[in-house]
Design a protein around this ligand. Structure first.
Ligand SMILES: [Zn+2]
Ligand SMILES: [Zn+2]
Length: 418
């Protein structure tokens, strides 16, 4: 749409419903502008729209959104009909595409599932006359239609449009999808069970190591086991305590590590080889060695060594040594006392339970800190990491309060989305 079209719209009063109240003088000015510079319209158009929308009551914007969405949904039905006719034409084959959906993906700038959904709807339209009508009256949306079409394909002759349409009218597309799966189960329990079993067979997990040593993870889990994994990750991926600026993906990644290491306490199966110099963080010391990994920084080794749950070999002049166990190991009775005293991670605002937290030496044993209750505090995986690798400081005041001090240079990031 160019500015000239916009001006025409104004003159016809089409945009009056969005609250534009252009005076004749203003319209005249815009008309002149349009005639003089027809090619500068796109940027100006956005500016005018933003200005106009800013003064439009939200209820009017909301009504307009619903109206336009209904228009789009109707056009989607029309597009679905075209897609089926196109699929049957084999024109896509002459154009050199492997499938009609492939042609749509490239030429109509769509994802493969989006194109496939429309072909499915187009193919099933004759079995969904009432639902098509319901889209036109705005009772359901096109998203309901894709679910309905997929269900019709899945259950074949058992498909009952009227019964499902009643449900669609009262449910969001997401809930309707869930209800349709239940419906599929009710009419074809054996097929449903077989499909679910087949999905499990397709489970995959790919682990690749990037050049910088990072682990790249991708994969697919069937719905049941996928839900189990999400159920375990989601509670751990919530914001924890104050100063948590991680976005959702970062929180999920941290949650995965937290589960695998049980709060950062289970690196036990990995053998870490580190020199005393590395552990002390001395300049010139090499990184520590660990299976499946590039050299590990001294700060990470320091954290692992902190609660003494890591199987490690400290080397000095290539001789395996260890620092006296009694000086560093938190004995079971002391651990119980620590759990009882702190209850959970002591970081302000964090309530990760004691069983998911490690005993942190306020003064590290490598620097002479004693393994005594007074020098210990429970920290969850993330906060333990912030103290060692993140350069935060944690201290206990005389009255037993925990104080946290951020690193010297910090940049306040906006809180990530849920
Ligand atoms: Zn520690
Ligand atoms: Zn914590």
């Amino acid at each position: 749409m160019c500015l000239a079209c916009l001006v025409t719209d104004y003159e016809e009063g089409v945009d009056a419903r969005l609250g534009f109240r252009g005076s004749p003088a203003e319209i005249d000015r815009l008309s002149k502008f349009a005639i003089d510079s027809t090619n500068v319209c796109s940027y100006t158009l956005r500016m005018i729209d933003a200005e106009r929308l800013a003064s439009t009551p939200p209820a009017e914007i909301a009504a307009e959104m619903i109206r336009v969405r209904r228009e789009i949904d109707e056009r989607e039905l029309y597009w679905s009909r075209l897609a089926v006719a196109f699929d049957a034409s084999l024109y896509w084959h002459e154009e050199g595409s492997n499938t009609a959906i492939d042609w749509m993906r490239i030429n109509c700038h769509m994802t493969q599932p989006a194109a496939a959904n429309r072909v499915a709807v187009g193919q099933q339209l004759s079995r969904m006359p009432e639902s098509s009508q319901a889209v036109q009256t705005g009772e359901i949306g096109f998203a309901h239609m894709t679910v309905m079409a997929r269900t019709a394909i899945a259950v074949g002759n058992a498909f009952e449009e009227t019964a499902l349409l009643d449900k669609a009218r009262n449910l969001s597309p997401g809930k309707f999808h869930y209800r349709c799966l239940q419906y599929q189960h009710s009419v074809q329990p054996q097929v449903y069970a077989a499909e679910q079993a087949e999905q499990v067979e397709k489970n995959k997990l790919r682990l690749n190591t990037a050049e910088d040593g990072s682990l790249l993870i991708s994969g697919v889990l069937d719905p049941v086991n996928g839900a189990a994994v999400r159920g375990a990750l989601e509670p751990l991926a919530r914001y924890s305590g104050k100063d948590d600026y991680r976005d959702r993906e970062q929180r999920l990644a941290d949650a995965l590590v937290e589960i695998v290491t049980h709060g950062g306490r289970r690196n036990v199966q990995l053998q870490v080889t580190s020199s005393i110099e590395t552990l002390l963080g001395l300049v010139g010391a090499q990184g520590a060695d660990m299976d499946f990994s590039l050299p590990i920084s001294s700060k990470t080794v320091e954290r692992w060594a902190c609660d003494c749950n890591v199987t490690r070999i400290l080397m000095q002049d290539s001789v395996v040594i260890d620092v006296g166990r009694s000086r560093r190991v938190i004995s079971p009775p002391m651990k119980r006392a620590l759990h009882a005293r702190d209850g959970h991670c002591v970081w302000p605002g964090c309530e990760r339970p004691a069983s998911w937290s490690a005993g942190h030496h306020l003064v590290h044993w490598i620097h002479g800190g004693p393994t005594e209750l007074e020098n210990l505090a429970l920290l969850c995986f993330r906060h333990h990491r912030m103290v060692h690798e993140g350069h935060w400081q944690i201290a206990k005041t005389d009255d037993g309060q925990i104080m946290t001090i951020p690193p010297m240079i910090t940049f306040g990031l906006p809180r990530g989305p849920d």
